[in-house]
Design a binder for this molecule. Structure first.
Ligand code: CAA
Length: 261
C-alpha cells in the first residue's frame, strides 16, 4: 500500500495496521529518513477510519538499536540546537490511536525510547532493553530518562541510564517496563500484539481514544487535575451513540455493535 524505504506498512487484520521497521543492515538504527517515514505512516493511520490500532515492530534481532550514531557523530551543538534534532520524535505521543510495540531483540537508546512512546509494550523472551548513550558520551534524548522514571522508578532508571546495562525481557517484565513477555517462537510476540490490537479495534473507537488520552494525562497532571479531567471525559462519552449501544447491549444481553460515533 505504501512506498517506504525503511519501514513496511501492512494491514494483517481488517482494522489493525502493522508497521515493521526495516533497516536490517543497521539493526533498525533510527536515522532521520526512517523516523520521517514512521511519522508519516503513523499520521496517515491515525487519520484512517478503517484502522483502530497499530502494532509497531522490528526484526527478530533488533526492534531498534538506537538513534543513528554515524549520522549523529559529526553534528555540532549549533546543528542539533538549530535543527531541533529529535524534536519530531515527540509527535508520536500526540497520536490518538493506540500503538502496541512488539519488541524482539535489541531495544537500545532511541529504540528503547521508541518502545516507551508506544502505549503498550509486549516483549519476546529475546528482548533486551537499554539506554547505552552513556557509553557514547551522551545521554538519552528521545524521552528515555523521563518515561523510564515514570515506568520503573528512580533507582532502576538511574541504573540503566548511568551504567548502560542491558535489561532482559524477564527483568523488564518484573520492573513493569513491559506488560508481558510473550511466546517462545519467532514472530509470536507480533502475533500476540496483533491479537491485542484486534481486540482494541473492536471496541467503540471514541471510548478507546478517550481512554488513551486520560491514561496519558496521568503522566502530566497532578492527581486532582487528572481525576477531574477523567470525569469530564467520562461524562463526555454519554454524548456518544457507542455508550448507548454498549450499555443497551449489556441490558439486552446481546453483543454491542459499535459505530464509532
Ligand atoms: N547507529 C548506527 N549504526 C548502528 C547502530 C546505531 N545505533 N547500531 C548498530 N549499527 C550498525 C553497526 O554499525 C553495524 O554496521 P556495519 O555492518 O556497517 O558495521 C550493523 O549495524 C550491525 O551492528 P553490529 O555489527 O554492531 O552488531 P552486533 O550484533 O555485533 O551488536 C549491538 C549489536 C550490541 C546492538 C551493537 O550494534 C550496538 O551496540 N549498537 C549501538 C547501540 C547504541 O549505542 N544505541 C544508542 C544510540 S544513541 C541514541 O539512541 C540517542 C538517543 O537517545 C536518541
Amino acid at each position: 500500500t505504501s512506498n517506504y524505504e525503511y519501514i513496511i506498512v501492512a494491514q494483517p487484520e481488517p482494522r489493525v495496521a502493522l508497521i515493521t521497521l526495516n533497516r536490517p543492515k543497521a539493526l533498525n538504527a533510527l536515522c532521520t529518513p526512517l523516523f520521517n517515514e514512521l511519522n508519516k505512516a503513523l499520521a496517515d493511520l491515525d487519520g484512517d477510519d478503517g484502522v483502530g490500532a497499530v502494532v509497531l515492530t522490528g526484526s527478530e534481532k533488533a526492534f531498534a538499536a538506537g538513534a543513528d550514531i554515524k549520522e549523529m557523530r559529526d553534528k555540532e551543538y549549533s546543528d542539533v540546537f538549530k535543527n531541533r534534532f529529535l524534536e519530531d520524535w515527540g509527535t508520536i505521543g500526540k497520536l490518538r490511536k493506540p500503538i502496541i510495540a512488539a519488541v524482539s531483540g535489541y531495544a537500545l537508546g532511541g529504540g528503547c525510547e521508541l518502545a516507551l512512546m508506544c502505549d503498550i509494550i509486549l516483549a519476546s523472551p529475546t528482548a533486551k532493553f537499554g539506554q547505552p548513550e552513556i557509553n557514547l558520551g551522551t545521554i538519552p534524548g528521545g524521552g528515555g530518562s523521563q518515561r523510564l522514571a515514570h515506568a520503573i522508578g528512580k533507582s532502576r532508571t538511574m541504573e540503566m541510564v548511568l551504567t548502560g546495562r542491558q535489561v532482559s525481557a524477564q527483568e523488564a517484565e518484573k520492573w513493569g517496563l513491559v506488560s508481558r513477555v510473550v511466546g517462545e517462537g519467532e514472530g509470536e510476540v507480533v502475533k500476540e500484539a496483533i491479537e491485542m490490537a484486534k481486540t482494541i479495534a473492536s471496541k467503540g473507537q471514541i471510548a478507546v481514544q478517550a481512554a488513551k488520552e486520560v491514561v496519558n494525562a496521568a503522566y502530566e497532571l497532578n492527581l486532582a487535575e487528572g481525576l477531574r479531567f477523567e470525569r469530564r471525559i467520562f461524562h463526555g462519552t454519554f454524548a456518544t451513540k457507542d455508550q448507548k449501544e454498549g450499555m443497551g447491549a449489556f441490558a439486552e444481553k446481546r453483543k454491542p455493535e459499535f459505530t464509532h460515533s
